[in-house]
Design a protein around this ligand. Structure first.
Ligand SMILES: [Mn+2]
Length: 207
């Protein structure tokens, strides 16, 4: 039963649907989505709808909260986001998203972990926002786990490099900048957490 992780879909609903079709996702598979479903791309509501639909149909999809969901919830609570077409149900779904997940072999988190505090798993705010934390990883604390995260876009080729370097640096960034225009970005990737294969798909959505 494959386990996949995908991050930073950012409103690219067609690209997301196509990647899932490529993976031939089964109900017995595990799909982990690491946050930032919304903003930048053309169809944030559609991405949330697709994920909720998969969950309602019995697919094993577990989702983290990204900084863009945090901002969306905050704006909604200030009554500013109704015009973006989110329903109360969408917002409730976002509010219930996890800060991080621990599964065999991995810690999954949107942005990363703050190793400046005694217990990195207690700093849930930085889990959605932190950058430049890789060099601070406490290998003793982490043990043989690998951190898989998104949030900071890079070429999908660098994701492959992260995979190849995982024994040296136990962190893999899977944000391939799906909604960005830069020449080396514009991909959505799915990491197979057991084979470490990086499935990459060039963005289909118009941004
Ligand atoms: Mn982010």
């Amino acid at each position: 039963m494959p386990r996949y992780a995908i991050s930073d879909i950012h409103g690219c609903s067609k690209t997301f649907a196509t990647l899932l079709a490529r993976l031939k996702l089964q109900k017995s598979d595990e799909l982990y989505l690491l946050g930032d479903y919304v903003d930048r791309g053309p169809d944030s509501v559609g991405v949330i709808g697709q994920i909720m639909d998969l969950q309602q149909r019995g697919y094993n999809v577990q989702c983290l909260k990204g900084n863009h969901e945090e901002m969306t919830i905050d704006a909604y609570q200030r009554q500013a986001y109704h015009r973006h077409g989110y329903s109360d149900q969408h917002i409730r779904w976002m509010m219930n998203l996890a800060d991080y997940l621990e599964i065999p072999g991995y810690i999954l988190v949107h942005a990363g972990l703050n190793f400046a505090v005694e217990n990195p798993l207690e700093d849930t705010k930085e889990m959605r926002w932190i950058r430049y934390w890789i060099e601070d990883i406490d290998r003793l604390w982490l043990g043989d786990r690998v951190i898989v995260h998104g949030h900071t876009p890079q070429s999908y080729l660098e994701t492959r490099r992260d995979v190849n370097n995982v024994d040296t640096v136990p962190a893999i960034c899977i944000d391939a900048g799906c909604a960005f225009q830069a020449r080396n970005l514009g991909y959505l990737v799915a990491l197979d957490l057991d084979t470490l294969e990086v499935h990459s798909l060039r963005r289909i959505d118009l941004v």
